[in-house]
Design a protein around this ligand. Structure first.
Ligand SMILES: Nc1nc2c(ncn2[C@@H]2O[C@H](COP(=O)(O)OP(=O)(O)OP(=O)(O)O)[C@@H](O)[C@H]2O)c(=O)[nH]1
Length: 282
């Protein structure tokens, strides 16, 4: 299964072919970007249907020109874990429809998931400290299952993200990539799932090389965004409280310490999540 070719009747993914690279300027004008600038913080829940899109995109989609929501999805993770490979599959790029802004590459694509179209602007970043922690409507934190260090970095990123976006209930998906490299695996699927459970995010393993679960990942992002759409998310987090923030951070640190203490597979078994692997439920 690929993101770019026929997938039968199952959730067809449609690439908006040759989406013009927008230029900065007046929103809505032909050939002009309506994407928010990177300096702009992501909208609050309820208004997170970020930038409306201009006439150029409705032409390419053949739609009536109605404005559609566009969500910014930021990929984070250590170098070499496969972020660019995953994003390239998402974008279906041979030629790169790349929007270069402040050093990040962004790819826009409209997905049809559960009969409804949603446009994602997926940003492949390599500087976690940069503004990317502020701009995403959803985050995909990638590690390589063959690199325990990248798994630990993913946990650190989750902590940073929580600090940066504490009051918001934004979708975060932990991704263990390179699942095809069975013999060099260093992080078990149970550890990945357990980590996601501890950090309160979703989890999926992918193989960009085999194109396994890549479509499911981005469809899952769409579903997670929709679950929170319009501020109707019933599981919206309560107002932030200092004590809770501290306690979760401490728990996360403890979890990390235990992983590093090479007791990880036993520890992982202690943390079970009923639904962190199901990207279609809250
Ligand atoms: N076997 C295997 N190799 C992969 C997979 N995903 C990526 N790779 C390879 O891993 C290497 C790094 O992949 P990238 O996609 O460039 O990783 P990245 O996270 O974007 O790396 P940076 O650009 O340095 O941040 C490349 O040689 C890819 O071909 C995968 O699922 N399986």
């Amino acid at each position: 299964m690929t993101l770019n070719t026929q997938r039968g009747s199952h959730s067809p993914l449609r690439r908006r072919a040759s989406t013009p690279v927008p230029r900065p300027g007046v929103p809505g004008a032909p050939g002009v970007s309506c994407h928010p600038q990177l300096e702009q913080r992501a909208s609050e829940p309820g208004a997170r249907a970020g930038a409306a899109r201009g006439s150029w995109s409705s032409e390419s989609s053949g739609s009536s020109g109605a404005w559609e929501p566009l969500y910014r999805v930021v990929l984070l993770g250590d170098p070499g874990v496969g972020k660019t490979s995953l994003v390239s599959l998402f974008a279906g790029v041979q030629e790169r429809d790349v929007l270069e802004q402040h050093g990040e590459a962004a790819y826009e694509r409209t997905l049809c998931v559960d009969g409804e179209e949603t446009t994602l602007l997926v940003m492949d970043t390599w500087e976690p400290e940069h503004q990317c922690l502020q701009v995403g409507n959803a985050y995909v934190i990638v590690y390589s299952v063959t690199d325990r260090g990248s798994f630990e970095s993913a946990s650190e990123l989750r902590i940073q993200l929580r600090r940066a976006r504490q009051p918001e209930d934004i979708p975060i998906i932990l991704v263990g990539n390179k699942s095809d490299l069975v013999r060099s695996r260093e992080v078990s699927v149970e550890e990945g799932r357990a980590c996601a459970a501890v950090f309160g995010c979703k989890f999926i393993e992918t193989s960009a090389a085999l194109q396994h679960n890549v479509a499911e990942l981005f469809e899952g992002v769409v579903r997670q965004l929709r679950l929170r759409r319009g501020g109707k998310e019933p599981r919206a987090r309560p107002a932030p409280q200092h004590r809770r923030k501290e306690s979760l951070t401490k728990r996360a640190r403890r979890f990390l310490d235990r992983l590093v203490a090479r007791n990880s597979s036993k520890v992982a078994l202690k943390f079970r999540s009923k639904s962190c692997h199901d990207l279609s439920v809250p």
